[in-house]
Design a binder for this molecule. Structure first.
Ligand SMILES: [Zn+2]
Ligand SMILES: [Zn+2]
Ligand SMILES: [Zn+2]
Length: 254
C-alpha cells in the first residue's frame, strides 16, 4: 500500500497569509504546506482519502489525482472537512454518493456544515454523501481500517491504522490502552505543531520525541506542522535517526 501526504500544514497552512518569518518566506518547497490530508492507495488500487480540508481541490490537481473511493474523517474542524463540497466533480463523474466514514459526533457536524448535501430535495449541483458512522475496525477497499481513539484537547477524535502504519493528526493525548495498538509499527505518523510552549490541543516536538522513544516505531513522520516548528531543513537536521518531517507530496510504501 501507499500513503501520500497531500498536506502537512496546520490549520492556517504554511506560509501564513501576511507572515514574513523565515519559514513563511522560505523558497524551499518543503516549507509550503497545504492543510493536513493524506491519500492511501490500497493493494487493490482503492483510493482512501484521510480528511478533506480547504486545499483539497489543489491537492488533487497538483498530484494528478482524480479518483477517491471513500473519505475517512479524523474530526470535524474546518481544516479537515471544509473541502467536502469540492468533491462534486468526483461525485458527478462517478454518479455515486461519496462514502464518508467518521464517528457519530463528526457525522452530525458534517450534516450541520453541509445541510444542502443531505436535504430531501436537493438543489441540482449539490454534492451527495453516504454517511457511515463507525466505532470499530472495518474493511474498506480490501483493507482493514482500524480507528484509533485519541484526544484533541477535550474532544475524542480518530486516528486510523492500516497494517503497520498509523496516521494520527490533531492529537494532544493518547491513552495507555490505545498505545497498545501502536506497538510494532513500521510507520507512525503524528501531529507536531511547534518546537516549544505546550499547546492544549496539539503535540509539540518534545512530546512527539517522547512518544517515539516510548512506542518505538521503526519510522516516525511528523505532520500538521506550523511555521513555529522552523524551516524544514533546519528542523530535520536536528531530529533523531528515523524521525522525519513529512512534506507535501511525500509518498510512503508500507
Ligand atoms: Zn487540524
Ligand atoms: Zn510565518
Ligand atoms: Zn483540529
Amino acid at each position: 500500500m501507499k500513503l501520500k501526504f497531500l498536506g502537512t500544514g496546520t490549520s492556517q497552512g504554511v506560509p501564513v497569509i501576511g507572515c514574513h518569518c523565515e519559514v513563511c518566506t522560505s523558497a524551499d518547497l518543503h516549507d509550503k504546506r497545504y492543510r493536513s490530508s493524506a491519500l492511501i492507495t490500497t493493494d487493490s488500487g482503492g483510493k482512501i482519502l484521510i480528511d478533506c480540508g480547504p486545499d483539497f481541490r489543489m491537492q488533487m490537481l497538483d498530484n494528478n489525482e482524480e479518483h477517491v473511493d471513500a473519505v475517512l474523517l479524523t474530526h470535524e474542524h474546518n481544516d479537515h472537512v471544509i473541502g467536502l463540497d469540492d468533491m462534486r466533480p468526483l461525485i458527478f463523474r462517478s454518479g455515486q454518493n461519496m462514502p464518508l466514514f467518521c464517528n457519530h459526533r463528526v457525522g452530525a457536524e458534517v450534516r450541520h456544515r453541509f445541510p444542502y448535501a443531505f436535504a430531501d430535495v436537493k438543489y441540482p449541483g449539490a454534492p451527495s454523501f453516504d454517511m457511515h458512522e463507525i466505532r470499530d475496525n472495518f474493511e474498506l477497499c480490501g483493507t482493514l481500517v482500524e480507528p484509533i481513539n485519541v484526544m484533541h484537547y477535550k474532544i475524542p477524535i480518530y486516528g486510523y491504522k492500516f497494517k503497520k502504519l498509523a496516521y494520527i493528526t490533531d492529537a494532544s493525548f493518547i491513552s495507555e490502552t490505545e498505545k497498545e495498538n501502536l506497538q510494532d509499527l513500521d510507520f507512525l505518523i503524528l501531529n507536531c505543531i511547534r518546537k516549544e510552549e505546550l499547546h492544549n490541543a496539539h503535540f509539540i516536538l518534545p512530546q512527539v520525541l517522547d512518544l517515539f522513544e516510548e512506542l518505538k516505531p521503526r519510522n516516525m513522520f511528523l505532520t500538521h506542522i506550523s511555521h513555529h516548528l522552523g524551516t524544514h531543513s533546519d528542523t530535520q537536521a536536528d531530529l533523531p535517526q528515523n524521525v522525519y518531517l513529512a512534506y507535501d507530496g511525500l509518498e510512503l510504501t508500507f
